[in-house]
Design a protein. Structure first.
Length: 103
């Protein structure tokens, strides 16, 4: 039976398990630093399910910051036909890559 949780960070919710790596919104943390997420919305441990209202009390997810980086460029292209209107923009979002150590 797996143990997993749903955490909230950066305005988004993520389903996480131990050993998993994921990219989240940029956090103010150095590489190699450990971070503890306290906003845990759901914890499942085998058949036991804890649902928070709004968060689960005394539940924490421990993570390690692997790197701070910028994502690949997203192209924003706006086009209006027949009017010679074309606009192109690029955007690179900052992110933090973390590894889940303990749920």
């Amino acid at each position: 039976m797996d143990k997993f949780a749903v955490i909230k960070t950066g305005g988004k919710q993520y389903l996480v398990k131990s050993g998993q790596r994921l990219k989240i919104e940029k956090l103010d943390a150095q590489e190699g630093e450990n971070i503890e997420f306290g906003e845990v919305l759901l914890v499942v441990n085998g058949d036991k399910v804890e649902i928070g209202a709004p968060t689960v009390k005394s539940a924490k997810v421990l993570t390690k910051v692997l790197r701070q980086a910028r994502d690949r460029k997203k192209i924003i292209f706006r086009y209006h036909p027949k009017t010679r209107y074309r606009k192109m923009k690029g955007h690179r979002q900052h992110f933090t890559e973390v590894e889940i150590l303990k749920v």
